[in-house]
Design a protein around this ligand. Sequence first.
Ligand SMILES: [Zn+2]
Ligand SMILES: [Zn+2]
Length: 108
Amino acid sequence: MADAKKKSDPLMFIVALPLFAAYGTWIVGVAIFRLVRWVCWSVRLMRPQLVCPSCGTPNSLYGRWQCQAPGCGAVYLGAADRCLRCHSGASFFPCRECRVSIMLRPGR
Ligand SMILES: [Zn+2]
Ligand SMILES: [Zn+2]
């Protein structure tokens, strides 16, 4: 009786449900992962200085920087992570003591 009313196959739905659930979990998981990562890196950039992972020297995020973007090369004063001329984001800057790259945000 009940089967005659409903045309869609309940078995197909049951088979597809875990796939949709897995897909949804994946999408939500990736979104949360990206949000957490973004918050972590943003908090990192809010600090006035970052400690070098190699020599432990505190490096100020504010100062005089040269943009490494192709075709720019502007020298600017301010926060290390964004060029004032072309607005391209830097992903790292060199330690002032040992020149080891200090990460500003996840690499490409
Ligand atoms: Zn260093
Ligand atoms: Zn630039």
